[in-house]
Design a protein around this ligand. Structure first.
Ligand code: FPP
Length: 257
């Protein structure tokens, strides 16, 4: 983002009463299938429409001054969906990267992909690596795409890395601390989410960022993802801005009592 846009973000934020902006917003984009079925459309149409919302969300996060936006695009469990829906979701991701990469670069958006790279098709691996490499110089919003991602799988891969370091004599098991675990996760260079949003009315984490969510604020919206436009995004940001985060401590009002 240019300095101008950052200034504009601060300005419009105060207009809507936003007192603080989460540095990192992570979103579970749920409700695509139900949105489509309610309209007599195939579930895949909900995902197609979801990409439009995704573009709006990237733009809106930049406007509000969010630094990291993580989107749960495909979970390690989503392979169990009907083959046709899986292929459609993979094709949408490919098309998004191919069609939008120039715009992302123009808007100074850096792409990061988290999730397991094991057993991925070679062309998909190349696509994801290229998206990260081509946007590596960007210094604005970091768009984190969680693809083939599951928090337990991420944790298992981290445990293996730590065990290998112990076996190699680089680390003593008794000395393993939170930082050692964090640096083995896919999100090693990404701050923990401040706000986790789930659209579509369900209220669960579904194996998303379990370690990183330790002190996140949660916001569950009934709105299905295809309808989660800028105003709905603002509602989530406003709810966050009114929360008091205590990180296990006490509120400043209670501190003196
Ligand atoms: C959950 O809705 C949504 C998904 C599993 C996929 C989300 C993907 C996109 C919005 C587009 C592709 C991503 C990129 C990065 C281009 P659901 O199908 O579980 O909805 P339901 O709960 O109503 O069935």
């Amino acid at each position: 983002m240019t300095a101008n846009v950052e200034f504009e973000a601060v300005d419009t934020n105060s207009e809507i009463g936003l007192l603080s902006v989460p540095r990192h917003v992570a979103i579970i984009m749920d409700g695509n299938g139900r949105w489509a079925l309610r309209r007599g459309l195939p579930r895949t149409e909900g995902h197609r429409r979801g990409v439009k919302t995704l573009r709006e969300a990237v733009e809106h996060a930049q406007k509000r001054g969010v630094s990291y936006l993580t989107l749960f695009s495909f979970s390690s469990e989503n392979w169990a969906r009907p083959q046709q829906e899986v292929s459609f979701l993979l094709a949408l991701l490919r098309r998004f990267v191919c069609d939008d990469i120039k715009d992302l670069i123009r808007n100074n958006v850096k792409v990061r992909v988290i999730g397991s790279r094991e057993n991925l098709d070679k062309s998909m691996l190349t696509l994801l690596d290229d998206a990260e490499r081509e946007t590596a110089h960007c210094t604005g919003l970091v768009l984190v795409i969680a693809f083939n991602y599951g928090a337990r799988d991420e944790f298992v891969r981290a445990a293996r890395q730590l065990a290998e370091r112990v076996e190699a004599g680089e680390l003593r098991a008794a000395e393993i601390g939170e930082d050692d675990v964090s640096t083995c996760l896919d999100t090693r260079d990404i701050p923990d989410p401040d706000l986790i949003v789930r659209t579509g009315g369900e209220q669960r984490l579904s194996n998303f960022l379990l370690w990183q969510a330790a002190y996140a604020e949660f916001y569950f919206a009934p709105t299905p993802w295809p309808e989660f436009g800028p105003d709905a995004f603002d509602d989530a940001l406003l709810a966050f801005s009114n929360r008091e985060r205590r990180y296990g401590g006490v509120s400043s009002d209670a501190a003196g009592t």
